[in-house]
Design a protein around this ligand. Structure first.
Ligand code: ATP
Length: 150
């Protein structure tokens, strides 16, 4: 039987402990993997990668949309990508003040000599999450300003 689904798209699922963050067909995803940003299009070789806190972007019907992902894993197949991560947020969901406070707390922990290596590692992860949230929030407010000026 012919497959009615376009071979030019990939099924993407982004799952967190809180929700199914995204489920749908997209044309491309660029995700923050441990070795750098990884672009995935239909037909990509099967792969499992560690996802690190950062910005992921998806493209569908010529439109791009970005979201922040936290620590996790991505399973990539020819026509599907499944991301299981600790948290994910669209730019409009990001609370900048919360991310700023999280960054300050994590920086303080990292520099406090009473904290051991494990606590400092957690602090580094928290810093990456907060920085990714702040970066996407800043990018999206810049985009909004640009659209307003046009
Ligand atoms: P915090 O210390 O502020 O909780 P965190 O990095 O430890 O930050 P996470 O454990 O990554 O938080 O996320 C817990 C939940 O809170 C998730 O649902 C995540 O999407 C949400 N979340 C965390 N920080 C923010 C933020 N700045 N804006 C919006 N949602 C956030």
């Amino acid at each position: 039987m012919a497959d009615s689904v376009s071979p030019k798209t990939i099924m993407l699922e982004v799952v967190t402990p809180y929700e199914i963050f995204f489920e749908g067909r997209i044309e491309k995803i660029v995700l923050p993997a441990q070795d750098g940003q990884l672009g995935v299009m239909p037909g990509h070789s099967p792969l499992v990668v560690a996802v690190t806190p950062g910005i992921a972007s998806i493209e569908t019907k010529g439109e791009q949309k970005k979201f922040v992902v936290s620590e996790g894993f991505a399973e990539i197949a020819h026509q599907a990508v499944i991301i299981v991560c600790n948290a994910a947020e669209w730019s409009e969901e990001i609370d900048e003040n919360r991310a700023k406070s999280a960054l300050e707390r994590a920086e303080a922990k990292l520099h406090d000599p009473v904290n051991n290596d494990e606590q400092k590692l957690y602090a580094r992860h928290a810093m990456r999450r907060a920085k990714a949230r702040l970066k996407l929030a800043a990018e999206s407010s810049k985009d909004k300003k640009k659209r307003f000026m046009e």
